[in-house]
Ligand binder design. Structure first.
Ligand SMILES: NC(=O)C1=CN([C@@H]2O[C@H](COP(=O)(O)OP(=O)(O)OC[C@H]3O[C@@H](n4cnc5c(N)ncnc54)[C@H](O)[C@@H]3O)[C@@H](O)[C@H]2O)C=CC1
Ligand SMILES: CC(C)CC(=O)C(=O)O
Ligand SMILES: [Mg+2]
Length: 410
């Protein structure tokens, strides 16, 4: 790689030997312990195949940044990434007529990890369900059996003023939402539309969970809570929904295997209120697919922006999917306004939880902190006294390459 020596040596190049994320940022440090998942044995292999799924809207902008950061980190750590870019979502619909082409799924299955941007956009909003970009994403998650979606929400001290909440409320927040990802109402059958004899239309979906599905995600969440602050809050709607009643019963049963973890239960309506009232009360949250989807977007605003939250979606076997929690943001697509931090931090999760490359992951975490320390912000996290820049420049700052021949990073 042609990287000249006049580049500044901050950011990615400057990982101190003894660097560890502060306790405040320790969500990145939790181990997966006994949980069997796609985390590879550490550093046994130094060449990895990564399926790149840029998707739609801001997806290609943020994945380009994350891919460059991964490549650059790899060059510093002696890791080779073989990227294979494939189609998903609206981009796949336009090209092939389906939102998840067979080839994309098959390449993804054979790779070591998947880095995904986001899918969706106005153009496909009126498509029938099977031809929606979102359907492609759901099919991918189901096809890879990535039932455990980890969404850490950490308040970076540098971004305290970016949050819409008061500093004293958000200072020190460090929580993770463990969202069940391949069950519940997004997948339940029956679903569809019907019309009664009076011509009245109905649309319906089914919230359904089996004991097996609940047990798997619950154990996963307990394992994570054990390695964090030992607190697990299960969020449900067991006062109303049968699927939630079973959920709560199974969580209580599994809890007997983890006497060292303090378990609590909360109804989802209360949980959404508590998240903005006093978010520091939460350590690990486990919840179903739809509640996890909604609560993690809410948790994102505690940290300043939805553009800051990464995620890892893991299976018992096979590759994980690593993606920001946000969508394709069509309102800002193509304008170099997107915040790429969430995708870059997802790339760090890919290294740590997908490949077992901890040191390389920490290098990225550190470079993100360093870039924030140096005051660089996209519009969504801008506050007075900081430097407003675009998506591309954030990537260049993370790599310590701004103002240089970034194109040299291949
Ligand atoms: N995993 C995925 O691919 C997801 C896809 N979607 C899809 O994305 C499309 C847009 O959905 P929305 O509900 O608008 O959610 P969204 O997350 O795309 O955008 C919500 C708001 O946050 C802003 N935003 C999101 N990411 C940002 C970033 N990285 N930097 C700066 N600002 C950012 C957007 O500009 C917008 O104002 C839809 O088609 C939806 O189905 C939505 C959520 C997840
Ligand atoms: C676009 C959907 C399939 C899901 C979603 O909003 C998410 O996973 O965050
Ligand atoms: Mg969502």
């Amino acid at each position: 790689m042609a990287v000249s020596l006049q580049f500044n040596f901050k950011a990615l190049r400057s990982l101190p030997q003894d660097f560890h994320l502060s306790p405040r940022n320790r969500s990145f440090k939790f181990g997966l312990g006994l949980v069997k998942c796609s985390a590879a044995s550490p550093t046994s292999k130094r060449s990895y195949s990564i399926t790149l799924l840029p998707g739609d809207g801001i997806g290609p902008e943020v994945t380009t940044v994350a891919k460059n950061v991964l490549d650059f980190t790899g060059s510093l750590e002696g890791i080779k990434f073989n990227f294979r870019e494939m189609l998903l979502g609206g981009a796949a619909l336009d090209e092939t007529g389906v939102p998840l082409p067979d080839e994309t799924l098959s390449v993804a299955k054979q790779s070591d990890a998947i880095l995904l941007g986001a899918i969706g956009g106005y153009k496909w909003d009126k498509n029938e369900k099977r031809l929606k970009p979102e359907t492609g994403l759901l099919q991918l998650r189901e096809g890879l059996k990535v039932y455990a979606n980890l969404r850490p929400a950490i308040v970076f001290p540098q971004l305290m003023d970016a949050s819409t909440l008061k500093r004293e409320i958000v200072d020190g927040v460090d929580l993770v939402v463990v969202r069940e990802l391949t069950g519940g109402i997004y997948f339940g059958k029956p679903r569809g539309f019907s019309t009664d004899e009076n011509g009245e239309e109905s649309g319906f979906n089914t919230e359904i969970y089996t004991t097996h599905q609940i047990d798997c995600i619950t154990r996963f969440a307990f394992e994570i809570a054990q390695k964090r602050r030992g607190k697990l809050c299960s969020v449900d709607k067991a006062n109303v929904l049968e699927a939630s009643m079973l959920w709560r019963r199974r969580v209580l049963a599994i809890a007997e295997e983890y006497p060292d973890v303090e378990l609590s239960h909360m109804y989802v309506d209360n949980a959404s209120m508590q998240l903005v009232r006093y978010p520091k009360q939460f350590d690990t949250i486990v919840t179903n697919n739809i509640f996890g989807d909604i609560l993690s977007d809410e948790a994102a605003m505690i940290t300043g922006s939805i553009g800051m939250l990464p995620s890892a979606s893991l299976a018992d076997l096979g590759p994980g999917i690593f993606e920001p929690i946000h969508g394709s943001a069509p309102d800002i697509a193509g304008q170099d306004k997107a915040n790429p931090f969430a995708t870059v931090l997802s790339a760090a999760m890919l290294l740590k939880y997908g490949l077992g490359e901890e040191k390389a992951a920490e290098r990225i975490d550190y470079a993100v902190l360093d870039t924030l320390n140096r005051g660089f912000r996209t519009a969504d996290i801008y506050s007075a006294g900081t430097k407003l820049v675009g998506c591309k420049q954030i990537g260049e700052e993370i790599m310590g390459l701004f103002g240089s021949a970034v194109g040299a990073v291949t």
